[in-house]
Design a protein around this ligand. Structure first.
Ligand SMILES: Cc1cc2nc3c(=O)[nH]c(=O)nc-3n(C[C@H](O)[C@H](O)[C@H](O)COP(=O)(O)OP(=O)(O)OC[C@H]3O[C@@H](n4cnc5c(N)ncnc54)[C@H](O)[C@@H]3O)c2cc1C
Length: 387
């Protein structure tokens, strides 16, 4: 069966473009034609991606800020220096780097303003129904965002990290430009773990984001009130909102089962890339796309199952999240203990799922042990009962 492209990438977002750039960097004769389809027609400053610096990736030119120190307020302040800075990847630059690389590569076509309505694995190829007609490819990489269709066990947690962020310019210079505030828990914990995230770009400019872990997103006004209250409490004075962002990221410990369709491969949030306990996804998307691009060839042979997270880290996340889910009011205490007692290098490796046994033990030492071991026993009992 003749195909329109060897690779069909559905969605030109973080994962779709991360994979496209890596595939496009391979010789054309090895990987064949790449077609990227997305209903959007514009790429702009629509989100702030941050991650601790990790393995090299093709978007290093998109890093616009790096903080060497980070802090959390739980509620007392814990401040640490990190050898690996916390980096901000500006989405408009990320898109610029990706689109320029795709433009230069041979055999890459970008169909913007086109949405994919259905994907069918027909055995030797995939057929996509799109708003511009049918498309056939050896393999479809499904990066349409949203949540993964994962199967959960009795001890799995499916939560959301939801937030609204404002980039503000303030009348008074209230920010410390070298220090990123990852979590400021000095806000109401009534609706679940709730904190303010602050990325200062200058003494009078920062992203201030109001964030919750819970079952459902809230009305925008709820987050906005909290941002205003935080700015007031910090005596920011008058301020101008330069940009807003909003998001809901799945925090699910349910693992993706084997693919239903061998030739349709979910990537990005759909592929379970968001780390369950933190909602961070950018670094995992880079690592996952790197691994998939290495296995992809020209898509004629289905790629093997390639999970975005390692099972040991997911087991830790399951214990941690299920404890928080049952005791949301203890989030400040648990995160506080974790940041206070774990050496920064171990914590950063652990959060990035690069840690070894030693890092895992240091983290275990950092969290309140009684409740966590209680949670492990509870999970074990649930697992035994479900068998
Ligand atoms: C505001 C915001 C801030 C975030 N900040 C961070 C952060 O600091 N650090 C971090 O690690 N993670 C962060 N995340 C989480 C995660 O990294 C991002 O959501 C990331 O963009 C997910 O990548 P993705 O490719 O799965 O989805 P997206 O980047 O959302 O891309 C999905 C693409 O699919 C397209 N699409 C949708 N429907 C169709 C269709 N029918 N046919 C074809 N295409 C379709 C969309 O137009 C879009 O371009 C943030 C998320 C948001 C929303």
């Amino acid at each position: 069966m003749a195909v329109d492209a060897e690779h069909l990438i559905v969605g030109a977002g973080c994962a779709g473009l991360s994979l496209a750039v890596r595939l496009a960097s391979r010789p054309f004769r090895e990987r064949g034609r790449i077609r990227v389809v997305d209903p959007r027609t514009e790429f702009g400053a629509d989100r702030t991606w941050c991650a601790f610096r990790g393995a090299a990736h093709p978007f290093e030119d998109a890093v616009t800020h790096a903080w060497s120190r980070y802090q959390i307020h739980a509620p007392h302040v814990i401040e640490r220096a990190s050898e690996r800075p916390y980096e901000h990847i500006a989405s408009e630059r990320f898109y610029g780097v990706a689109l320029a690389a795709l433009e230069r590569a041979e055999g890459v076509e970008l169909d913007l303003g086109v949405s994919v309505q259905a994907l069918e694995d027909r055995g030797g190829f995939v057929e996509a129904t799109t708003s511009a007609g049918p498309l056939r490819a050896n393999v479809a990489w499904d990066g349409r965002g949203g949540a993964p269709a994962a199967r959960g066990g009795p001890d799995d947690v499916a939560w959301w990290q939801h937030f609204v962020g404002w980039v503000v310019k303030t009348e008074r210079p209230i920010f410390e430009p070298n220090v990123a505030t990852l979590m400021d828990f000095r806000v109401s914990q009534r609706l679940g773990p709730h904190f303010v995230y602050v990325l200062p770009y200058a003494r009078d400019e920062a992203l201030v984001e109001d964030t919750y872990f819970s079952d459902t997103p809230l009305e925008p006004s709820r987050y906005e009130e909290a941002i205003r209250a935080w700015l007031d409490a910090h005596r920011a004075g008058e301020f101008t909102c330069l940009r807003t962002e909003r998001g809901a990221i799945p925090m699910s410990t349910a693992v993706l089962g084997p693919r239903r369709d061998a030739r349709i491969v979910p990537i990005g949030l759909r592929g379970g890339a968001a780390k369950p306990s933190t909602g961070y996804a950018f670094a995992f998307i880079q690592r996952h796309c790197e691994a998939l691009a290495r296995l992809a060839g020209d898509g004629s042979r289905p790629v093997p199952e390639t999970p975005a997270h390692d099972p040991v880290s997911t087991a830790f996340d399951r214990v941690f999240l299920s404890f928080l889910r049952r005791h949301p009011e203890r989030a400040p205490e648990v995160f506080g203990a974790l940041f206070e007692r774990t050496p920064p290098a171990s914590l950063v490796r652990f959060l990035g799922e690069e840690g070894g046994v030693r890092d895992h033990l240091r983290v275990m030492n950092g969290v309140p042990r009684g409740p966590v071991f209680g949670e492990v026993l509870r999970a074990h009992r649930l697992w035994l009962r479900s068998r």
